[in-house]
Design a protein around this ligand. Structure first.
Ligand code: DAH
Length: 349
């Protein structure tokens, strides 16, 4: 009778073997055979009712059926698990023939790049690069630069006032000259440039902007003359625009320098023959400059009998426009990467 039961279970296992399709069914089978009330577990429980002398043989038969099932169970389970894994791997396969995703990179702002170039030239001559506030006192922006209240020179530098008439957005980087001299306390020589933003009340168009950048320069030492300024300007002109470029001074007027000059360089575009860039003159104006006015030295604590100096101010956009052949100032302030990239390429040619 017992043998019959064993055979039945063996047959059942054979049938189940062929009807299995997925992992869940395999696990259900485990419950069916080996679970608490499973067919094999029940057989096992019966051992209690078997006479002692038959127990051994009975036990062996139970083991036989259990092995038959577990063998099939393990095999089927592994087979199905492997199939699932393979399917997953096939789905996630990497196609190494695909080109990599391009990560867009930025490009240096062309104006910043030019300023860095200028900084490097001056640093190589021992200059410090200093910073000053864009929100400035009237005192530093005008008065201590020898431009008292009511002076007509203020008209050309009308700017944005923040609190009353004393605090404004600086209209030039020249106040940083005053700040640097005040820090030097009339005792130490100064060699600095200050690139920075400046503001004026202006209507924006291709060549005007309410916000623009200047590169200020100041040198204070002993026995400084116009020829020191000339030599310095020559260096920067050649380094920025080419070795063949020369500079010249034309008389001018600024309140904080005496004498004052306009700095021209030979047109690197037409080499002096006359083109549109230089308005057919062969010369291009790039800066204002001069010998620091004794009043300015004195007001900032430097004794004009002991100290002398020169100062200059470049328009940063103007330099960049010349160097990169740009005819619209607004290019510097929009964020169109395509434009920066064009100049990037030009520069590395
Ligand atoms: N601050 C002047 C301006 O904005 C430019 C300038 C001229 C600066 C002569 C100087 C200088 O330092 O010496 O028009």
């Amino acid at each position: 009778m017992e043998n019959k039961k064993f055979d039945e279970i063996k047959q059942l296992i054979e049938i189940d073997k062929n009807s299995i399709n997925d992992l869940k069914e395999v696990n259900d089978l485990k419950v069916k055979y080996l679970g608490k009330k499973g067919l094999i577990s029940e057989l096992n429980a019966e051992i209690r009712n078997i006479p002692n002398e038959e127990k051994r043989e009975f036990g062996q038969k139970v083991n036989e059926v259990r092995n038959l099932f577990t063998e099939f169970y393990e095999e089927k389970k592994n087979e199905l698990e492997e199939a699932i894994l393979n399917e997953k791997l096939a789905k996630e396969a990497l196609d190494i023939n695909l080109p990599a995703t391009k990560i867009p990179t930025g490009s240096p702002n062309i104006l910043e790049k030019l300023i860095e170039e200028v900084e490097e030239v001056f640093m190589s001559m021992g200059y410090d690069v200093v910073d000053g506030p864009e929100i400035e006192y009237d005192k530093y922006n005008f008065e201590m630069l020898n431009i008292p209240k009511g002076h007509p020179a203020r008209d050309a530098q009308d700017t944005f006032y923040l609190e009353g008439e004393e605090i404004l957005l600086r209209s030039q980087t020249s106040p940083v000259q005053v700040r640097t001299m005040l820090e030097g306390k009339g005792e130490i020589p100064i060699r600095m440039i200050c690139p920075g933003k400046t503001y004026r009340r202006d209507d924006d168009d291709a060549t005007h902007s309410h916000q623009f950048m200047q590169i200020e320069g100041l040198l204070v030492d002993k026995n400084i003359s116009l020829s020191d300024l000339k030599g310095t300007i020559d260096v920067i002109a050649k380094r920025l625009f080419g070795e063949e470029v020369e500079s010249r001074f034309r008389p001018s007027y600024y309140q904080f320098t005496e004498p004052s000059v306009e700095v021209d360089i030979t047109c690197f575009n037409c080499k002096g023959d006359g083109c549109n860039l230089c308005k057919k003159t062969g010369w291009i104006t790039v800066a204002g400059a001069g010998i620091v006015h004794p009043n300015v030295l004195k007001m900032a604590g430097y004794d004009p009998k002991v100290w002398s100096g020169f100062a200059f101010g470049f328009g940063a956009e103007r330099l960049a426009m010349l160097k990169y052949d740009i005819n619209d100032l607004r290019v510097f302030y929009n964020t169109d990467l395509r434009e920066s990239k064009v100049f990037d390429r030009k520069d590395s040619d």
